[in-house]
Structure formats: structure tokens, C-alpha cells
Ligand binder design. Structure first.
Ligand code: PGA
Length: 270
């Protein structure tokens, strides 16, 4: 696991975007797992900038991690559509790059049969050969996607009830500004499972800010537990890169060692 500590959010975002761009250049039809939330916005901005300089998304395939149940892209069924993760992805990334619509996969929060949809979503990921690089944030309660504390570490794509902490976090981030009452937020979501995420060939996690420092330390250095579902990162067998800023790194016991290893690898061209 490579843990890369950068001075601030901007440097973290640039580093993460360079990793993603590297995958796209190496394998133009690569399959990316994408995350929503405040954290990856800077990374997506940098990818958009790179696209304007020639980075080509025309063969890239994407799968998003999650979506609130009851919301989606279709404006004729607008249950809080403005807050949908589909819209977030459209606004923050998709509409700015040359990705093909048919290559974008988003959990359908408005599906009439969530169980059937989740099975289909898993099958689609398999059909395209699996996810090459899964991009992840870190929830305040340690979740990936909406895999809340207590989710099985082998879980698959499914409907999940959201915790009070997630509702609070996301209310602040997405709903307050839109003047939507907290009680009107969706309380369920479709999310890829931890087992699904662990099958991605490689993982890129981005985390910033002092608010995430404690939970990041639990995720990376604590015991593997379903109470911090992202601690499953310690079980992943592919290449893992965790890119964080100094504020998020502030509670890590071994941050000095991570910096030392990064320097050494750089020195030896690894
Ligand atoms: P955030 O969300 O990037 O808005 O902090 C992360 C998450 O909940 O996964």
C-alpha cells in the first residue's frame, strides 16, 4: 500500500488525477470505478483540465459507487433530483469530457426493482472484465460508498440504510444549500458492496481535512472490522494508492515512515 501525503487539497487532487490519467493513457478502454462527494471534486477538475490538453476519455468505461434510493437523473420523476449523484457526476465530470454516454454506469436510484438492478449492476461490471481502478473517498463513519458500519466485508451491490452520521454529513454537503429539510432526505441508497469494491484490480483512495484524521487512522492502521468498512483496504491484493493531505494524515502513527518510503521509492525509480 502506497500512502502519499501532500501538503494540501490541491496537491492531493493533482497527484490523484495524474494516477488516473496514467491508467487512461496506458489502457484507453480502462474501467474506472468513480466516487462522489466533496473530496474527489478537485481530482475531477484536474482531469477536466487534462482533457482540455488532450486526455482522451472516448473509450473509458465508468461505474459509480452509489446513489440515493428514489433519486435519479430523470427530471420527469424528480424526487430530489438536484441532489442525485447522477447529476453530481454529470456536473462535476461527465459533461466536461468526451466520455460516451453508453460507457457510463450509475446505480439507478429510481429503479422499480432494486434487487434485480443490483444483480444486473454486478453482472455488468463482470461483463466488461472488472474494474481496473476504483476511486474512493472516505465517509465520516469510515464507509466506502454507502457501506455503513456493520456492513459485511463480503457484501455486494445492494440497498443499504444510511446512518445518522451519513445523513448529517450529506445534509451539510448537499441538502442544506438546496433548502431541503433534513427529514426529507432519502434514508436509503444503492451501493456497491465492500466485496464488490475489493474485486477492483487497483484502488485509489483520496482523503483530506482534519475532520477525517481519526477515521483515516482507524481505516489504515486500526483492526480490520465491519465497524469501519473501509478498513477492508488492508485485505486488498492489488495496487493500493492512498493520497491524502497533511491535515488528514495528522492522526496516523506512521506518517513519517510513509513519507520515507515514498522518498526511497522515488530515489530508486520504483
Ligand atoms: P466527502 O464524502 O468526500 O464529501 O467527505 C466521502 C464519502 O462519504 O465517501
Amino acid at each position: 500500500m502506497d500512502i502519499i501525503i501532500r501538503d494540501n487539497y490541491e496537491e492531493m487532487s493533482t497527484y490523484a488525477a495524474e494516477i488516473i490519467a496514467g491508467y487512461i493513457k496506458y489502457k484507453p478502454d480502462c474501467v474506472l470505478g468513480l466516487a462522489t462527494g466533496g473530496t474527489p471534486i478537485g481530482t475531477y477538475k484536474e482531469l477536466i483540465r487534462m482533457h482540455h490538453e488532450g486526455l482522451d476519455f472516448s473509450q473509458v468505461i465508468t461505474f459509480n459507487l452509489d446513489e440515493y434510493l428514489g433519486v435519479g437523473m430523470e427530471l420527469e420523476r424528480p424526487y430530489h433530483s438536484d441532489q442525485s449523484y447522477a447529476r453530481f457526476m454529470h456536473e462535476e465530470l461527465f459533461k466536461h469530457i468526451n466520455i460516451k454516454k453508453e460507457n457510463i454506469h450509475l446505480p439507478d436510484g429510481q429503479t422499480e426493482d432494486p434487487k434485480k438492478f443490483c444483480i444486473w449492476y454486478e453482472a455488468e461490471i463482470k461483463r466488461v472484465g472488472g474494474i481496473d481502478l476504483q476511486i474512493l473517498g472516505l465517509g465520516g463513519d469510515g464507509h466506502w460508498g454507502f457501506n455503513e458500519p456493520g456492513s459485511s466485508l463480503g457484501s455486494r451491490t445492494r440497498v443499504q440504510a444510511l446512518t445518522e452520521q451519513t445523513l448529517d454529513d450529506n445534509y451539510e454537503a448537499f441538502y442544506k444549500n438546496a433548502n431541503i429539510e433534513r427529514s426529507k432526505m432519502p434514508h436509503f441508497a444503492i451501493t456497491m458492496g465492500i466485496g464488490t469494491i475489493l474485486e477492483a484490480k487497483n484502488i485509489l483512495m483520496v482523503v483530506n481535512g482534519s475532520k477525517k484524521a481519526n477515521i483515516l487512522a482507524k481505516c489504515l492502521e486500526g483492526p480490520i472490522t465491519s465497524q469501519v468498512t473501509s478498513s477492508a483496504i488492508q485485505l486488498h491484493s492489488g495496487e493500493i494508492t492512498v493520497v491524502i493531505d497533511e491535515a488528514a494524515a495528522s492522526k496516523l502513527t506512521h506518517s513519517g515512515r510513509y513519507k520515507h518510503i515514498e522518498k526511497l521509492k522515488h530515489q530508486f525509480g520504483l
